[in-house]
Design a protein around this ligand. Structure first.
Ligand SMILES: [Fe+2]
Length: 313
């Protein structure tokens, strides 16, 4: 028996081959923002950056746009703004729309995440449910999307190539030869050039071989690097923005990690009103919101390097 927050419900699963299909959208510039976590200031910042883009463009929220917004007014604001664009459901939206017995927050946390964090996440989703009226409609959102940018096929998911809450595209798993080999197989099956994911809370841009990359934006609504206070969104485009923290060119497109330098002070005040000291979200996330996680920018950008020879061997 798996405890709530540790399990990966069967309905979260899909075959990587299901992404082997005609793209649902095409654009010269594609923005992908996962893990907004109910931060309205990060959303405002993202919307302003996206607004400035010229040419055919699209913005996809790839799940977990709700989390800290456990207040009806804020929840509705985030919901209506996000659903004005393309959106996938993350585990948060899925568990809000259709709570499953024993799924908890649906995070499918791996062993390296401690029990206290898992229990607090389950407590957060309970409070969020109380604030989220009419969340049933979120169940209709898809779990994945295929986009085309130039000639590049992009598979957009929340977790990984097999599950809404999978950790296969986490920086931890991609740091292992086994993880990169599994990713190669998913690319073969999905027939995409790029996978864009989120869910695992830390960003990574991993090149695989000469012509494949996985880009995980970490979190759009929370800091992603030690000592920094910006969220990160993914931008995939025929053109460089000149605004990337790090980037990579693959299959004719630039894949960029873009900083969302939202109003930290305003968000901190709002967060503290919603989640004062002692609350589960404060205990789990306040340190990260103010000082970032123990992860450096230099750790996020990963070239294939020698590992590829090992993977093929
Ligand atoms: Fe998630």
């Amino acid at each position: 028996m798996t405890s709530p927050g540790r399990s990966c419900p069967l309905s979260y699963r899909y075959a990587p081959g299901s992404l082997r299909r005609a793209p649902e959208l095409a654009a010269d510039t594609l923005w992908i923002a996962g893990g907004l976590y109910g931060n309205p200031f990060a959303l405002e910042c993202l919307a302003a950056l996206y607004e400035r883009e010229r040419g055919p463009k699209a913005l996809v929220f790839n799940g977990d746009f709700h989390w800290f917004d456990a207040e009806p007014g804020l929840f509705n604001q985030i919901n209506s703004q996000v659903l004005g664009f393309a959106a996938l459901r993350g585990n948060v939206e899925t568990e809000l729309a259709e709570p499953r017995e024993g799924a908890g927050c649906g995070c499918a946390y791996p062993d390296w995440v401690d029990d206290g964090t898992v229990e607090r996440s389950n407590a957060i989703i309970e409070r969020l449910r109380a604030a989220a009226r009419d969340a049933h409609a979120l169940a209709a959102l898809p779990m994945h999307l295929v986009a085309r940018v130039g000639a590049a096929r992009v598979g957009v998911v929340h977790g990984d190539a097999e599950s809404l809450a999978g950790w296969g595209f986490s920086q931890e798993v991609l740091a292992t030869p086994h993880g990169r080999l599994a990713a190669h197989r998913a690319f073969d099956q999905a027939q995409v050039d790029v996978f864009a994911s989120s869910h695992t809370c830390l960003p990574v841009l991993q090149r695989l071989g000469d012509a494949r990359a996985i880009v995980n934006n970490g979190s759009a609504g929370m800091p992603n690097f030690r000592g920094e206070r910006y969220g990160v969104a993914t931008r995939i485009s025929l053109f460089e923005s000149g605004n990337a923290i790090y980037s990579m060119k693959i299959a004719g497109v630039f894949i960029e990690a873009i900083p969302l330098r939202y109003d930290h002070k305003a968000w901190e005040e709002h967060f503290l009103e919603l989640w004062p000291p002692g609350s589960p979200a404060h205990r789990s996330y306040y340190g990260r919101i103010t000082g970032g996680p123990p992860y450096a920018v230099e750790q996020a950008l990963r070239e294939a390097g020698e590992a590829y020879a090992l993977e093929l061997g």
